[in-house]
Design a protein. Structure first.
Length: 189
């Protein structure tokens, strides 16, 4: 039987730098796959349907839940987000490694479904820096930034549930840390 790929679950507070790290890694390692989630969150300026997310209405999202299309789904910061079950399974069966950027609730559910998954929590060096990054990103309203900061405290408190923690201070170092985690998983066979 062919070897299955590895599933990497990446979580961390909004603004910690998950997307930035993942984009850099995917550029360096084109054989890696990324699971594009479905969301009811409206696209931010510069986001494209099918690139960062599949943007859908709440009705469509609820239909997908009813049809069992999600490996996991959760409400995060007031919007619904879900991971396609078939995409993840197809990639793994093809023997390819896949990265998921999902919240702490989704990570818990998926780790239960895939106990062999490798989980990584990306955290900012401190809350002041997180606020700076959320404001610098400049895509969320002030109210949305406040909500994300408030949720960040509860999220960071769950970092100990993850197999690895990456403190995203220096970006190049964080990319290299995540690459080492990915390599370690392949070397542990
Ligand atoms: P997330 O995907 O975790 O919500 P982003 O990747 O969108 O976070 O990053 C939030 C903001 O922080 C972006 O403006 C990004 O350019 C910036 N950023 C990411 N990593 C770092 C870092 N190591 N140092 C400084 N700024 C960073
Ligand atoms: P954002 O709106 O900033 O892109 O993402 C907000 C949060 O939703 C982040 O914590 C991100 O990890 C999480 N998220 C994105 N996609 C999914 C998903 O498919 N499932 C779950 N549970 N969370 C997701």
């Amino acid at each position: 039987m062919a070897t299955k790929g590895h599933l990497f679950i990446i979580s961390g507070p909004s603004g910690a730098g998950k997307s930035t790290i993942l984009v850099a890694i995917l550029k360096k390692r084109p054989q890696l796959r990324y699971s594009i989630s479905c969301t009811t969150r409206p696209p931010r300026g510069g986001e494209e349907n099918g690139v960062e997310y599949h943007f859908v209405s709440e009705a469509v999202f609820r239909r997908k839940i009813d049809n069992g299309e999600f490996a996991e789904w959760a409400e995060v910061h007031g919007h619904l987000y879900g991971t396609s079950a078939t995409y993840v399974e197809e990639v793994l069966v093809r023997g390819l490694d896949i990265l998921l950027d999902i919240d702490v609730q989704g990570a818990k559910r998926l780790s239960a479904k895939y106990p062999e998954a490798i989980s990584v929590f990306v955290t900012p060096p401190n809350m002041e820096e997180l606020e700076k990054r959320l404001l610098k990103r400049g895509v969320d309203s002030l109210a949305a930034v406040q909500r994300r900061l408030k949720n960040a405290k509860a999220e960071v408190a769950q970092a100990h549930d993850y197999g690895h923690v990456v403190v995203n201070d220096d970006l190049a170092q964080s990319v290299s840390d995540l690459e080492s985690i990915i390599e370690e998983a392949s070397g542990n066979e």
